[in-house]
Design a protein around this ligand. Structure first.
Ligand code: GUE
Length: 303
């Protein structure tokens, strides 16, 4: 039996993210030298989820490496809504803070929508505030959610900024990835379908996609047989999976081995969309700092 050779181009998110972070660092250095402005990012973590701790630490390190100020706020798991809103209000008013990220999910007793709604929209570097959601949907200058922004940057690099005539299928309809991703693809003139768990014949819908974005959060649920030959596959899933031998590994929403034999280009997990998410968080913090100080913003960091 012959095993199909992977033929897809592997989209190296790790290298792409490193290049983006270097560009951001260059702009940060000039912002400091020319205007005395140091972009600052505040990350708020409530409770002690070990996976979240890793992300928060990585974000903090990469923020500092880009020359930005990093502020980390760790609150106890039993923090009240009023205490959290009070911290957000202080960060809103702090001139050293240009970006605010409240790590999700929050403990169940807290109202995430109310907390996000309390973040000053111009400091909302996650792009989750309804004002930024509405601005993105209407084509106005928004802060755009980091994961879809990172996916778009990789697609722009591969296909250029015009997806006219191309069919894009986004699997997953979350506010964090699926919906904003669909908006960004529409802005690039793609013909966009948003599919989800209630979609009939998901396989057939996926097979129609020139560009397939998988953001469902179910390990390896999309096999190569669902992929149109030559398609571009962006795998947003980051699922921790326990192997039979006890090892814990990361897997995407796409079955990489079978998909890579059919696709034209594909992002791996890890080393694909994940690193781009953090790089885009830094890019958004730089964009927010420029806008807050009425300075021209660097090109290529917003869609
Ligand atoms: N308000 C908010 N904003 C977020 O952006 C946010 C959040 N809450 N809550 C948690 C999720 C998760 N998230 C990740 C970012 C990067 C990697 C990443 O870089 N992953 C590496 C692997 C990391 C590893 O090995 O564990 C990769 O895919 O190569 C993963 C996950 C951001 N999140």
């Amino acid at each position: 039996m012959t095993v199909p050779e992977p033929q897809a181009r592997r989209l190296d998110g790790k290298a792409f993210a490193a290049a983006l972070r270097a560009r951001v660092a260059g702009h940060v250095a000039r912002l400091k030298d020319d205007h005395g402005v140091t972009p600052g990012l505040a990350v708020v973590l409530v409770g002690e989820d070990p996976a979240s701790e890793v992300y928060v630490r990585n974000k903090g390190r990469q923020t500092t490496e880009a020359g930005m100020a990093s502020f980390s706020h760790r609150l106890a798991a039993d923090t009240t809504q009023a205490e959290l809103l009070d911290l957000v209000a202080r960060l809103n008013a702090d001139p050293a803070v240009h970006g605010i990220l409240v790590q999700l999910p929050l403990p169940a007793h807290l109202d995430a929508d109310a907390v996000i709604g309390a973040i000053a929209p111009e400091k909302d570097v996650d792009g989750f505030h309804v004002l930024n959601v509405g601005r993105l949907a209407t084509g106005q200058a928004a802060l755009v959610p980091c994961t879809p922004l990172g996916c778009l940057m990789m697609l722009d690099d591969l296909h250029g900024p015009d997806l006219s005539g191309k069919t894009a299928v986004v699997v997953g309809r979350s506010n964090i990835v699926g919906k904003p991703m669909a908006q960004l693809l529409l802005r690039r003139n793609a013909t966009v379908t948003v599919a989800h768990s209630r979609t009939a014949d998901l396989a057939a819908v996926c097979r129609g996609a020139d560009i397939l974005v998988a953001a469902v959060g179910r390990p390896e649920m999309i096999p190569g047989a669902w992929i149109k030959p030559g398609a571009t596959v962006i795998d947003v899933g980051i699922n921790r999976v326990q192997l039979a031998d006890g090892r814990s590994v990361l897997r995407g929403d796409v079955d990489f081995a079978s998909a890579a034999a059919v696709a034209g280009a594909i992002t791996p997990v890890p080393g694909g969309v994940g690193p781009m998410t953090i790089a885009c968080l830094l890019a958004n913090t730089l964009t927010a700092a420029c806008r807050l100080h009425d300075l021209p913003e660097p090109e290529g960091l917003t869609p």
